[in-house]
Design a protein around this ligand. Structure first.
Ligand SMILES: NC(=O)c1ccc[n+]([C@@H]2O[C@H](COP(=O)([O-])OP(=O)(O)OC[C@H]3O[C@@H](n4cnc5c(N)ncnc54)[C@H](OP(=O)(O)O)[C@@H]3O)[C@@H](O)[C@H]2O)c1
Length: 315
């Protein structure tokens, strides 16, 4: 009894007890949040009946964009597909109309150019847009030192126009009517490469960091007006851009990725979109020291570069 009283009078005992209670509380919150996002999810929010008739997807003819167009059509949205190649747009729009029995509209535009927005604006005029997916994006054909990137001058313009300007301009065109209707969802597809600097993909990585910051800032500005703006940060997904064909648990197909991602809308302002990616995001940002992470990422990119250049040499 005497020793218990002594223990309770010891400040170290209370520091320890408060620390353990705090860690327990943090763990419980972490688990509760994980269950809410990854097990329960918010699968019913993104529906045409709740948000409005049309969904607009940029870069909609391939990969992740095509998977968004299909999944949103399955959820009852009429789809505006925007991409560069009209034949591919026609093919995808026909397939979506016949499979999901929804209206579609196509707009061909090269997001590498900056004079396309009046054309897109008139294509979208009068539509009740519930969802905008700013998906279009390009990356390096292989990791490279900045000054050695082939055609660096046009590469810089293309990457900034496609990855950054498109997100700002499409948001400028679509957001005002969402604000008038006090509802709407904008999904900005950034990348896990935007969560920390990726040497040898510096321009891509920083363009995606812009998309992430822009989304999070805007979400705070327009949340009170009923608009959700989410920053989506995938790791690898099997698409042309990633040049990965075989899906694994940590590299999903675009369809699997998009299904999982849509369940996180309204629950996370910034999301890796898919549970294994969220775990990878947590390990790389919360557990690994920045120096270790940068060293590892640089090593991976250098070895990808060496492999690519060797293949090129072999012809
Ligand atoms: N795949 C991944 O592992 C991964 C990981 C993280 C983030 N992301 C991001 O996810 C987004 C989609 O990537 P993805 O892998 O699905 O790419 P993808 O398979 O290469 O598809 C890109 C789409 O964008 C269109 N597009 C490309 N350049 C265009 C341009 N200048 N103007 C208009 N449309 C253009 C393409 O249409 P056309 O064929 O007609 O040009 C195609 O529909 C990108 O923002 C990317 O950065 C991807």
């Amino acid at each position: 009894m005497e020793s218990l009283h002594e223990l309770l009078r010891d400040p170290l005992y209370w520091i320890g007890a408060v620390t353990v209670a705090w860690l327990l509380l943090c763990t419980l919150c972490f688990l509760f949040n994980g269950i809410r996002v990854w097990i329960v999810g918010n699968g019913n929010l993104v529906r045409a009946s709740r948000l409005g008739k049309w969904a607009v997807v940029t870069g909609a003819t391939d990969g992740i964009g095509k998977a968004y167009a299909e999944e949103l059509a399955r959820r009852g949205f009429a789809i505006v597909l925007i991409s560069r190649t009209q034949e591919k747009l026609d093919e995808v729009s026909k397939a979506i109309e016949s499979k999901f029995n929804v209206e579609t509209k196509t707009i061909s535009a090269d997001f590498g150019c900056t004079d396309i927005y009046p054309k897109i604006e008139s294509g979208l005029a009068g539509l009740e847009i519930g969802v905008l997916v700013n998906n279009v994006g390009v990356s390096y054909s292989y990791p490279e030192f900045f000054l050695s990137v082939p055609n660096i001058d046009s590469f810089i313009n293309d990457m900034i126009n496609i990855n950054i300007t498109s997100v700002c301009q499409m948001t400028r065109l679509v957001l005002p009517r969402m604000v008038d209707r006090s509802k709407g969802v904008i999904l900005n597809i950034a990348s896990a490469s935007g969560m920390y600097p990726v040497p040898l993909l510096a321009l891509y990585s920083s363009s995606k960091a812009f998309v992430d910051f822009f989304s999070r800032g805007l979400d705070t500005e327009y949340k009170s007006k009923g608009i959700i703006i989410q920053s989506v940060l995938p790791f690898y997904v099997t698409t042309k851009l990633s040049k990965i064909r075989r899906a694994t648990i940590d590299i999903p197909t675009p369809e699997r990725y998009v299904k999982a991602q849509l369940s996180t809308v309204g629950l996370q302002t910034q999301s890796n979109g898919y549970l294994p990616h969220a775990i990878m995001g947590w390990v790389t940002t919360a557990l690994l020291p920045t120096k270790v992470l940068t060293k590892y990422v640089t090593k991976v990119c250098l070895s990808q570069r060496a492999r690519y250049l060797k293949k090129q040499k072999q012809g």
